[in-house]
Design a binder for this molecule. Sequence first.
Ligand SMILES: Cc1cc2nc3c(=O)[nH]c(=O)nc-3n(C[C@H](O)[C@H](O)[C@H](O)COP(=O)(O)O)c2cc1C
Length: 352
Amino acid sequence: MAEAFGDYEELAAGVLPADVRDFVAGGSGSETTLRLNRSALDSVTLTPRVLAEVAEASLRCGLVGGSAAMPVVVAPMAYQRLLHPEGELLLARAAAAAGIPYVISTLSSYPLEKIAGTGPSWFQLYWLRDRAMVESLVDRAGAAGCGALMVTVDVPVMGRRLRDVRNSFSLPPDVVAANLVDAVSEAHVGVPGLSAVAAHTASAFEPAVSWRDLEWLKARTELPLLVKGILDPRDAIRAVEIGADGIVVSNHGGRQLDGAVASVNALPSVVDAVGKECSVLLDSGIRSGTDVLRALALGASGVLVGRPLLWALAVDACDEALALLRKELVDAMLLAGCANVADAARLTTGRA
Ligand SMILES: Cc1cc2nc3c(=O)[nH]c(=O)nc-3n(C[C@H](O)[C@H](O)[C@H](O)COP(=O)(O)O)c2cc1C
């Protein structure tokens, strides 16, 4: 039993093979950005308001394409059957029960239609070399009832994740890229001194994806479009110009460019640039209700949460984990004198 949302990593450590733990926990290069995400969030201070007559906090909020029971979204994460045989289905069901969107990864290990059937879902798109496959995924996501499309733009190539390289990490035969025609791929072929998952990405992903491709995508789909992996306000402005409905300020949890700015440090300039025109979400390093409040106070409409939910999945505790995160956010809001997310956005922030 966990006492805090941040406890699941330790609990999962007792049940997962070392290479799967490393695949989830790891960042790229020397993991500088992975560490910066945490130290930057820890350094954000909040100035509580007092005597605000707040006995209850309402977490309900508007998110792209609808409303949610709290300003939290389950981040797209590949191959969740690595953590639990029911993988994506279990986590998506917990998200639905908690009243929050679940983002289905292009690289999900159950077919997107099966996951979308469990509750409100968005679909995350990686730009593949095979344009027909991209078109088919977009069409399938729409037909399956996904509420939004989230295109990830920070993976022209995969960051060099040294833990996976050192472990010669590859996927077990029962964990496949269920949405792709080639569900079994290089990702399953262990090669000493190589990450098989990185090898698969190199052959499947289109490194030269461009703003023109995003314009094409926007014209092709009726679904709200979010662009995930933006850190520079100039890119945020460009995304809004092509019609993006939301931006995810993200460095992919420290898994892409090592040395990239901590997401939370990039957030204020992106909010200044486009916050009036579209939703701005934050991810990378969110580990507690206080972190969610920090993001809201800095102008985010909500957050995406990644690894902690995979750790919870590994110990079959997704419902409990989301309830704990909710409780932590309620507690933080009451302590800060916030009755709702609009109050949270008016808090004064500083740096420790
Ligand atoms: C194991 C794992 C798999 C991931 N797979 C994807 C993916 O398929 N698509 C994507 O856009 N982001 C992917 N991400 C990045 C997450 O969506 C998110 O940006 C990141 O995990 C947030 O940081 P956090 O884990 O510190 O919360 C993955 C992250 C992890 C840890």
